[in-house]
Design a protein around this ligand. Sequence first.
Ligand code: FES
Length: 483
Amino acid sequence: RTYTHISALPEEVLVRLFQFLGPEDLCRCSQVCSTWAQVVKTGLLWRHLYPVRWARGDYYCGGPGELDQDPDEEWVRNLEEEGRAYQEWDEDADVDESEEACEDSLAISTVRREKKLLNGMIQNLLPAVGPSVRTVSLAYSAAVSSKMVRQILSLCPNLTHLDLTQTDITDSAFDSWAQLEACRSLEHLDLSGCEKITDHTLKRLSLGLGDLTLPKNSPERRAKLLKGPSSPIRLLDEHSAYAMERTRQALIFKRRPGGQGMACSPVWVLDPAELADIEDAVDRSKRGGVTAQDEGRGGILELQAGGGSCCCRRSRRRSYRTGADAGSSYWQHLYGSLQCGHSTCCSSDTAIRTVSGAQCEPQATGGSDGFRTKCLSEGDSRTNQSGACRALRFLSLSGCYQVTDLGLRCLSQGGGLPLLEHLNLSGCLFITEVGLRELVSVCPSLNDEHFYYCDNINGPHAETASGCQNLQCGFRACCRSGE
Ligand code: FES
């Protein structure tokens, strides 16, 4: 009988064997010899990265499908406590060896391990395997910084699933998406609880997803996207801006005990007069005789079970819009001068819509069943001739309260989001029904059951969309927290 030493196995066979190993074992294998170290850096072995879990001894490395189920409540709470302890920890302080410090030090060492793992991944692993990576989940990470996310995104240009739930990142994390089609494969983006995110991120996201409306490499395409929104977006007049700012401060103060307000960017709202192009597109779609609902429904049934990892969903299965309740009078006052923007359904003296007023919606979208509109012409709703594809199916901005209509408009550019099924805008305090309608009009696959926004906005699909998810959430923005 003859034996072959494992070192004699060809690399292809080693890769097949290594596919049965988890990240911890792969790291051990990489320390055996230089050949194995090279083989371990095969992209096929590192498709799905969960460094936050790995730092805590959970070495799951399968696809994100299974993790899309509701996360374990205790696990999330532990992570939050670790994050708090780590934030309070001062690296320069003398080591506190008292017993009280023991629990905290355990939490701190876990987060430090996570940070070390992230740095190791960025410096040693991703430069070799980055283009093969499809999933990066950094949800609830206390160690991740905007710089780290920026590096990860530049090294992993083919990501399809990115989860940054409840992290402290800012717009600068997405700098690498400022190039055309820099994230064209992205299908799932969860930014729930990322409070520092503003419209800049959405602008970069829109640019990175590509453009379905212009041929690839055309100068117009590049110029259009780099220029940003083609239609002017007006800043509220001085008086309204002042009132809005006061309101925002009040909301933020109310939401965060102790009034820990944050610096905010200006509040932008869409000028309804600029929405004529959207209305024209809807009319064109109606004339074409094809409703977007017809086109989008097949995919919705297949994928709606996916969902995201937002912990808020645990406490509230589904809420329905409250429509013209007492609270909405406040918003009517705030947005009193705004209209829905569709001249076919909005008279000149209409103020904000109520649910009953929203009956004009089918009229604008093609019949009683036409809740979804289709703004793209036939054949370009999935990919254009150059293969560009805005593949985003899931987007959560829950609690990203600085997002405004400007950000929503950026997403509407470049052909909209034809495959988007899940859109969570809970806690986006400063978006309006006008901005929502514009975005929704270019999201023909949107599933109302997975479409969440503030209960006090009489926006699109008012009767069928889900309500705000943050009403009972103690740590994400909501205009009705504490009621
Ligand atoms: Fe208005 Fe939650 S943001 S109800």
